[in-house]
Write a protein that binds this ligand. Structure first.
Ligand code: PHE
Length: 513
């Protein structure tokens, strides 16, 4: 559990967001996910254990109160908004969901052949992927303890393993003559670290820190951990890295393996991880179908949010909707710009949520050369180039076509790609990917689609660094989203927040109607 408080979101709103942003952005760019995760942890935004004590509202709850389920208008058909409608629907609330885009899901976005993407800049792409090929442009992996899997179970969404690390994938940093298999790089890193520690132990440098009785145990551990020889030196072994002798320590330090060796030590990214079969949007499709498509109005961007003495009034592109309560599940930085009568205190809080950038590109190939030639079945290659990493697909093994993730980067790296047009992003992905995989990376390409979350209409960011704890309600307007939990940038955060908001709204509705 992490009960550290995030640095006060209710401060004057000047210095702190800049500090947060600067910190997260620079760490994200330098160290990728691992460093960003660490930064979020330092800010008190790291995840705690999954909350399990949730009871959905039920029709029977109204029996004692003598009231009937109220009408609720939900803003945003992303995971948080849909989860609110789904949970409230269990008790018979009359829910209406207003969605600005022409599809449900928000950031839970799976792109398939025939889909068109238009960015806020006007940049347009058309996906030409073949039958059955999909690109999870938003969320793509789920940890086993996350509530997202409970929703998959409840909604009948089948899941399959997501391979979040693979010893056969590569490490490739600038200056290296050739990519190195992650397994070999790890063996060398463990090996040299162990050799150094063993040396220090044998030479008495650790005598103060390690009592004599423990020293032999430590040496035995290091021998195994590092695969050390009789003389406690590291020479590599066939079992861990193959026939070749390991490169010298200097070269191994150049792999900069810190981030790649540690991300799967976080609770969020430990294996095994999972993905829905057939695409991440299977989750939002199931939610929307269960809620009832007739309750969801698409292309209905909200233009005004008004708290009334006994209800709410929402003006949007398709008309005006009145309800007893509202759950606003929109990105906070965009919500802050919507006219209406939310209080200045609420607007200040919304404005303090700082958007964070991430980008992805899906590359479709006519043959699965990464399996056929490189012998990589899922997992991630890490690189210090702008593309940051390549993800190999965790499904469809041995089929004809396949789609890999040609980049997934954050912060400044993602911001600069967002400023480019798609063909230029693709060219960068191919040039940098070729350095790792050779000419086939370009030659066998069928199609590519890139997602710059900064430029996604009605979303404008990959996620936001928000208060990390619930806020509101403001009058009859409640708030929901991953940014209000310790699970920012995870669907589990959106689900957690929805449960929390539904619970408080329901308690009030039982009292006040
Ligand atoms: N959940 C996202 C992912 O799987 C973003 C994220 C990355 C969140 C790293 C925390 C740490 O990549």
């Amino acid at each position: 559990m992490n009960d550290a408080k995030p640095d006060a979101p209710e401060n004057d709103g000047k210095a702190t967001p800049v500090t947060r942003r600067t910190l997260l952005v620079s760490l994200g760019a330098l160290g990728g996910a691992g460093a960003m995760y660490a930064a979020m942890g330092a800010l008190g935004l790291a995840p705690g254990e999954q909350r399990t004590n949730y009871t959905p509202p039920q029709p029977a709850d109204f029996a004692l109160s003598g009231r009937s389920a109220a009408k609720v208008v939900i803003l945003g058909a992303g995971v948080a908004g849909l989860a609110c409608a789904y949970e409230l629907g269990k008790a018979g609330y009359d829910c209406t969901v207003l969605e600005a885009a022409d599809r449900v899901g928000g950031r839970n976005l799976t792109i398939r052949g025939g889909d068109t993407l238009t960015e806020t800049t006007g940049e347009r792409q058309q996906a030409t992927f073949g039958e059955g090929v999909y690109f999870n442009a938003g969320p793509a992996r789920i940890a086993q303890w996350m509530v997202t899997l409970d929703y998959c179970r409840e909604l009948g969404v089948p899941i399959e393993p997501f391979i979040n690390g693979n010893a056969s994938a590569y490490i490739y940093n600038t200056g290296m003559t050739a990519p190195v298999r992650f397994g070999a790089a790890r063996a060398d890193t463990y090996g040299y670290l162990s050799e150094l520690l063993a040396k220090a132990t044998s030479q008495g440098a650790l005598d103060e820190a390690v009592p004599e009785a423990d020293r032999q145990v430590l040496l035995d551990l290091l021998r195994q951990f590092g695969d050390l020889g009789e003389k406690l030196t590291y020479e590599g072994s066939v079992l861990r890295r193959g026939e070749d002798a390991p490169p010298p320590l200097r070269e191994v330090l150049g792999y900069n393996l810190g981030p790649a060796l540690t991300y799967d030590l976080t609770t969020e990214q430990a294996m095994p991880m999972f993905q829905p079969v057939g695409g991440m949007d299977t989750i939002v499709t199931a939610l929307a179908d269960t809620i009832g498509r007739d309750r969801i109005t698409l292309s209905a961007a909200v233009t005004k949010i008004t708290n009334l003495p006994d209800g709410v009034e929402i003006t949007h592109q398709k008309g005006v909707t009145r309800a007893a309560y509202c759950v606003a599940a929109l990105p906070p930085h965009l919500m802050a710009k919507i006219p209406g009568n939310l209080t200045p205190a609420t607007l200040t809080q919304l404005r303090q949520a700082i958007p964070f950038s991430a980008g992805k590109i899906g590359l479709e190939y006519g043959r699965r050369w990464w399996e056929l030639e490189d012998r990589i079945y899922g997992g991630i290659t890490e690189t210090d180039q702008e593309i940051a990493r390549i993800w190999y697909p965790s499904h469809g093994f041995h089929t004809q076509r396949g789609l890999l993730l040609g980049y997934y980067n954050f912060a400044e790296q993602a911001e600069s790609l967002a400023r480019l047009k798609h063909p230029e992003r693709l060219e960068k992905a191919l040039t940098q990917g070729e350095r790792i995989h050779g000419p086939k990376y370009r030659k066998d390409l069928l199609a590519g689609v890139s997602m710059a979350w900064d430029n996604r209409p009605h979303i404008e960011g990959a996620w936001v660094i928000g208060p990390g704890q619930p806020m509101g309600p403001d009058g009859r307007v409640y708030f929901a989203g991953d940014w209000l939990t310790h699970l920012i940038a995870w669907q589990a955060g959106a689900f957690e927040s929805a449960r929390q908001t539904v619970t408080t709204l329901h308690q009030r509705a039982l009292k006040e109607g």
